[in-house]
Design a protein around this ligand. Structure first.
Ligand SMILES: [Zn+2]
Length: 538
């Protein structure tokens, strides 16, 4: 098997945002063999291209930025969760039934009918009930996920196929919902409940799983993304990425962080470390992802003080020393460590654990993921820590302006210490932005718009959360381009300069000059990865 031969092209009549102090006023660039080899004016770049026999594309004044990189994403999981029909934006049960019926008609008689992106509003009158879809799927098993990934829906055929005949008792907050008569409604709350059903769905063929991952990367490219850090890497994820690249079908630049489960023993750690040098042209797999705590909404974030329900006082780890021990092992192996820390105390403890790691030649800059709430003392500890803060301000989309949402209720007054992106930046800490897709939408324009406006983009009068924490347009772009590159020690990424990798995002307008509202819907003209147009809407 061979990789497609990388060639070259020139892009002229472009507005370049280079993320460097050089090439002010440059309007053109030359790409050869996956790298930018020249930046200059139209005449000189066109001449270089013609001399080399490369095509010249006129960008028509489009803005070109370094390619956008999502610093926290789960595309493999997303490719699984988004199986079946997209039910987003359908406002009534009748609309949902029609969409499900149309999709079901394309499937074999014995197939499960799957869907995703359900919203709650259509069920206000009926309640969330699986039997609403029995006719639409002609008696076949039907299971669908709600957009928030916290709830699922199944009909009786699916519940039966999964062996769910009564409501089990879960140790966590999960619930198989029953009605007043004790009958299963089909509503499945939280992962332990909906996984009972989704685990019973017949596995996809290898080819179908691989192609779904390929298509997922192409979907991300259409939103301007050229790469991302996968935060739930499994050996299978790496296998599929490698296979896609060998087939010439990998259109995304990736860093895979292997998922370390709290229960993983020394042998598991050794296996991950042994595989850390697996890499390809577009990907590397030397990252690790660990959890230190959970999330605010379920009372599992680790906080300095308990939340208003008395929760939030525990780490994920029965023994915190085990966390320190495995972090040390991965660090000594030269891996880059990302630790999920939502609560302020979790951030504090992870900073302590990182601070005790020895400096050595292979040592990497580690990150903390989320940092959803921070006390002033945590900001002090971030100062000079050298750690990367990987944050997702778009997760504020679930907050309510009157603090009536579960997140704000549990935090009480501390809700005002949420998503302190500006404060973190002011400590001198490097900030990177990401989506956590499929937890939130992958679109980097929406991610940047939230970081800038701290409000739902495009909605007049929408509440603005802690406006003093807003980023500028330039900072939001840097946090999706140059800053994640520097955080990983890549000096040839996140910039437009001779020698840099040719990962580029082409915009119909200027994403920095556009308002946050405009940015969210600013059309992407093209996406270039490794010198190839992987999305092209010119
Ligand atoms: Zn995540």
């Amino acid at each position: 098997m061979t990789l497609p031969t990388p060639t070259g092209f020139a892009l002229i009549d472009a507005h370049l945002i280079t993320n460097t102090p050089h090439h002010a006023g440059a309007t053109a660039l030359l790409v050869e063999h996956g790298r930018i080899t020249a930046v200059g004016d139209d005449t000189e770049i066109e001449a270089l291209a013609l001399a080399a026999g490369y095509p010249v594309r006129n960008a028509g004044g489009a803005t070109v930025t370094p390619g956008l990189f999502d610093s926290h994403t789960h595309p493999h999981w997303a490719a699984d969760v988004t199986r079946g029909v997209d039910l987003g934006g359908l406002g009534t049960v009748a609309d949902l039934q029609a969409a499900v019926a149309a999709y079901a008609a394309t499937l074999p008689d014995d197939a499960w009918v799957l869907g995703w992106n359900l919203e709650f509003e259509p069920f206000e009158a009926t309640g969330v009930r699986g039997d609403l879809f029995d006719d639409a799927v002609a008696g076949r098993p039907f299971a669908a996920m709600f957009y928030d990934l916290h709830s699922g829906l199944a009909n009786a055929a699916a519940l039966t196929a999964a062996g769910v005949t009564a409501a089990p008792v879960f140790e966590d907050m999960s619930e198989v919902v029953v009605d007043a008569s004790g009958a299963l409604t089909g509503e499945l709350r939280e992962p332990s409940a909906y996984q009972l059903v989704f685990n019973a769905v017949p596995a996809r063929s290898h080819e179908a799983e691989r192609d779904a991952l390929r298509d997922m990367f192409r979907t991300l490219a259409a939103a301007g993304l050229t790469g991302g850090a996968i935060m739930d890497g499994k050996p299978r994820t790496v296998d599929l990425i490698e296979e896609l690249e060998q087939r010439g079908e990998l259109d995304h630049r990736l860093v895979v962080h292997h998922w370390h489960a709290v229960t993983d023993d020394d042998a598991a750690v050794a296996r991950v470390i042994a595989a850390k040098d697996r890499r390809g042209r577009l990907w590397e797999s030397d990252g690790i992802k660990l959890f230190s705590d959970g999330v605010i909404d379920t009372g599992t974030a680790w906080l300095h003080q308990p939340d208003t329900c008395g929760d939030g006082v525990h780490a994920f780890w029965p023994d915190w020393n085990r966390y320190r021990e495995v972090v040390r092992a991965y660090h000594d192996a030269g891996m880059i460590i990302a630790t999920h820390a939502v609560g302020d105390f979790a951030v504090n403890r992870v900073l302590d654990a990182y601070a005790e790691l020895p400096a050595h030649a292979a040592a990497r800059v580690h990150s903390i993921e989320h940092l959803e709430v921070l006390a002033d003392e945590d900001l002090e500890k971030l100062t000079g820590s050298g750690v990367t803060a990987s944050m997702q301000p778009l997760h504020m989309q679930w907050r309510e302006g009157d603090d009536s949402d579960n997140w704000a209720v549990r935090l009480g007054e501390r809700a005002a210490t949420g998503y302190r992106v500006r404060d973190v930046l002011n400590t001198g800490t490097r900030v990177t932005l990401g989506s956590d897709w499929p937890v939130a939408h992958y679109d980097p324009r929406i991610g940047m718009a939230w970081a800038r406006g701290r409000s739902t983009p495009g909605v007049a009068g929408a509440p603005v959360f802690e406006p003093d924490q807003r980023l500028t347009g330039e900072e939001a772009l840097l946090a999706y381009t140059l800053w994640p590159a520097l955080a990983r020690g890549h000096e040839d990424r996140g910039i437009i300069a001779p020698g840099a990798l040719a990962d580029l995002t082409l915009w119909s307008g200027d994403p920095v000059a556009a308002s946050a509202d405009e940015l969210a819907t600013l059309p992407i003209a093209a996406t270039v990865v490794d010198g190839r147009f992987v999305y092209d809407a010119f």
